[in-house]
Design a protein around this ligand. Structure first.
Ligand code: UD1
Length: 313
């Protein structure tokens, strides 16, 4: 069994990753500054004797270094981040601090304390608004936001440090992740978290455009499983992989599933398409299968049912 430091442990993806690591018998040391993470996401984990939670800011020099020096983990899963594309556009300096500087500090801590492996939360945002589908790992990288640029820079920083100092780096390029604990607070939050809240409150959802736009929606439980594999499977070599399903689902299809889950719900309202919105997004899942033996196995319908059940609880 391994000891894993998870940065951003109280966040959406971090808390699910923590839960699955604990369920698999690993020891987890969580780090979070609670800027967007929430202690309530870790209610179950905090009952485990194999979990400890530290309130630290990974972007602050020395903070993660001290934790890694004390804990000597086998791997670091670095999920702490400024997670909103919109916020990165509004405050690019903060984006640099939280999404690039913090990654550099993770790389240095791994080197200094001989951590064997670093798993990184990258994003399909590094590909920008490409219309060349499906997106493979070799698709041209053309970020169109400070967020996407920072994720791409972070991949390079980690891979370069890993190669120079001899630790394994796995960059996980998440597509549109959805599921319980995703924050629906902003109009730019993930569409599924917004829709779930609206349906639950009995309000009509707004579909921007005709609703035929598609995304490669992946359930957070699958993403967490991909993180567990990347951090703990013996013998992995450094690399990058899309973490996606390889299937596209339209917003109309998402709304139709919600309508079944919330009988009697108001019909969706249509509004003009958002500027800058992409029409389709779809990744290829072959490399994650080949390099991690990971396949997403939760359908969008099952993932939405799980979400509706979790938010009702
Ligand atoms: C992602 C980012 C977004 C960024 C965009 C830039 C997330 C959660 N979103 O958007 O911040 O601007 O990349 O490439 O990281 N939609 C509705 N109704 C709603 C909310 C959204 O119809 O209430 C639509 C959107 O217009 C879009 C689709 O749903 O067509 C998906 O939206 P979203 O979940 O924000 O994902 P991305 O478009 O991939």
């Amino acid at each position: 069994m391994a000891k894993i430091v998870v940065t951003g442990a109280a966040g959406f993806i971090g808390s699910h990753t923590t839960d699955q690591l604990l369920a698999a018998g690993h020891t987890v040391v969580g780090a979070d500054n609670f800027r967007t993470g929430r202690r309530a996401n870790l209610t179950a984990a905090l009952r485990s004797g194999a979990f400890a939670l530290h309130e630290i800011d990974v972007a602050q020099p020395g903070a993660l270094d001290a934790l890694v020096a004390a804990e000597r983990p086998d791997a670091i899963i670095h999920l702490a981040a400024l997670v909103s594309v919109q916020e990165s556009i509004a405050d690019p300096g903060l984006n640099f601090l939280l999404n690039v500087q913090a990654t550099q500090l993770v790389a240095e801590a791994a080197r200094k304390h001989r951590v064997g492996r670093v798993v990184f939360a990258s994003s399909a945002a590094i590909y920008g608004d490409t219309t060349d589908l499906p997106i493979t790992e070799n698709t041209e990288k053309k970020p169109i936001s400070p967020y996407g640029a920072a994720k791409l820079a972070s991949e390079a920083l980690l891979l370069g440090h890993g190669a120079a100092y001899g630790f394994t780096v796995r960059c996980q390029r998440y597509f549109n992740v959805f599921g319980p604990r995703q924050d629906p607070a902003s109009p730019y939050s993930g569409v599924i978290s917004i829709f779930d809240r609206r349906y639950r409150e009995g309000k009509a959802v707004t579909i921007y455009g005709d609703g035929r736009q598609t995304r490669d929606f992946i359930a957070v439980r699958d993403v967490a499983r991909a993180n567990v594999i990347a951090a703990t499977r013996p013998g992995l070599v450094s690399g990058v992989a899309n973490i996606c399903t390889g299937r596209e689902t339209s917003l109309l299809d998402v709304a139709a599933v919600f309508a079944r889950l919330y009988p009697g719900a108001a019909a969706p309202v249509h509004a003009p398409a958002r500027t800058g919105d992409i029409l389709r997004s779809l990744g290829t899942a072959a490399r994650a299968k080949a390099e991690l033996d990971f396949t997403a196995n939760t359908s969008v319908a099952d993932g939405l049912a799980e979400l509706a059940a979790a938010t009702a609880a």
